[in-house]
Design a protein around this ligand. Structure first.
Ligand code: KIV
Length: 291
């Protein structure tokens, strides 16, 4: 398909327009590879997040902390190639945005090497200056707040945030300050719906919810949870598919077909031209073989 036939890429400006128009919320999913990105784009999912949840679902770690920047760059570039018309966001892994200069350098590297549309950064108050510096450099930042899994050590576990009125106000104040610093969108994870309601009704910035109730402009969950690949998933993540049973039944059938001699069959063979086959047969006869 030609580039023009595919149409315009869905961008953060489209998300902003949709948020302002107040229509139905949009769907975003995490994605980590080229082929899946193709499937999701074909399915009409216009926003993909290359989450650092790759640490868990691709690499098998029990937290997001260990995933390297170089790995996230490779995954993001692959997703970009698979979904050229979708909004692709890259998650900045733990330790890559600890200071303003380090954060600017690493985010510019991510954008330049992958062609992603923006970066997602898990934010605390200490990141406001970085968000401003990135916006000044032309980098679209999605500021992740609420539960920020990279701070699991500080938070004392994966806990719902903003459950008391004063904690909710802290999240709300940070959201406003990040918007004023130039964040292109906010991603709000694991907060009661009232927090998102407060933000969406007062601030002019798209809010992507991840377990933040129905009032967000878009919602994101980890694809591996959605398709049932993970052992367990957070309460807010729907499990709508059963990919493990598709993989397991194909694998069992493949093994059974090999054992029974059904695979590989004639349809799977590469043919030899008849004259070449005859020459080879004659050669083999010299070794006492009948092939
Ligand atoms: O890494 C990730 O997948 C995320 C989403 C769950 C928001 O940050």
């Amino acid at each position: 398909m030609s580039k023009s036939a595919r149409g315009k890429r869905f961008g953060l400006d489209d998300l902003r327009k949709a948020a302002r128009a107040g229509g139905a919320p949009l769907a975003m999913l995490t994605c980590y590879d080229y082929l899946t990105a193709r499937v999701l784009e074909e399915a009409g999912i216009r926003m993909l997040l290359v989450g650092d949840s790759a640490a868990n679902v691709i690499l098998g770690h029990d937290s997001t902390i260990p995933v390297p920047l170089s790995f996230m760059i490779e995954l993001t570039a692959a997703v970009r190639r698979g979904a050229p018309q979708s909004l692709v966001l890259a998650d900045m892994p733990f330790g890559t945005c600890a200071t303003v200069s380090q954060g600017v350098k690493n985010c510019l590297r991510m954008v330049k090497l992958t062609g992603c549309d923006g970066v997602k950064i898990e934010c605390s108050r200490g990141h406001i200056e970085l968000v401003q510096a990135l916006a000044d450099s032309g980098v679209a930042v999605v500021a992740h707040l609420g539960l920020t899994p990279q701070s699991v050590g500080l938070l004392g576990g994966y806990k719902v945030q903003g459950r008391t009125a004063s904690d909710a106000m802290k999240v709300f104040d940070l959201a406003g300050d990040l918007m004023n610093a130039g964040a292109a969108a906010l991603l709000l994870e694991a907060t009661p719906p009232e927090v998102a309601r407060l933000i969406t009704q007062t601030l002019d910035v798209p809010v992507i919810g991840c377990g933040a109730g129905p009032d967000c402009h878009a919602h994101v969950v980890v694809l591996s949870d959605l398709v049932g690949m993970t052992e367990s998933s957070p309460k807010f993540a729907p499990r709508l598919g059963d990919l493990p049973s598709v993989i397991a039944s194909s694998a069992r059938r493949y093994a059974a077909d090999i054992a029974s001699g059904k695979y590989p069959g004639k349809a799977h063979h590469y043919d030899m031209p008849a004259d070449e086959r005859q020459v080879l047969r004659d050669e083999a006869k010299g070794y006492g073989l009948d092939i």
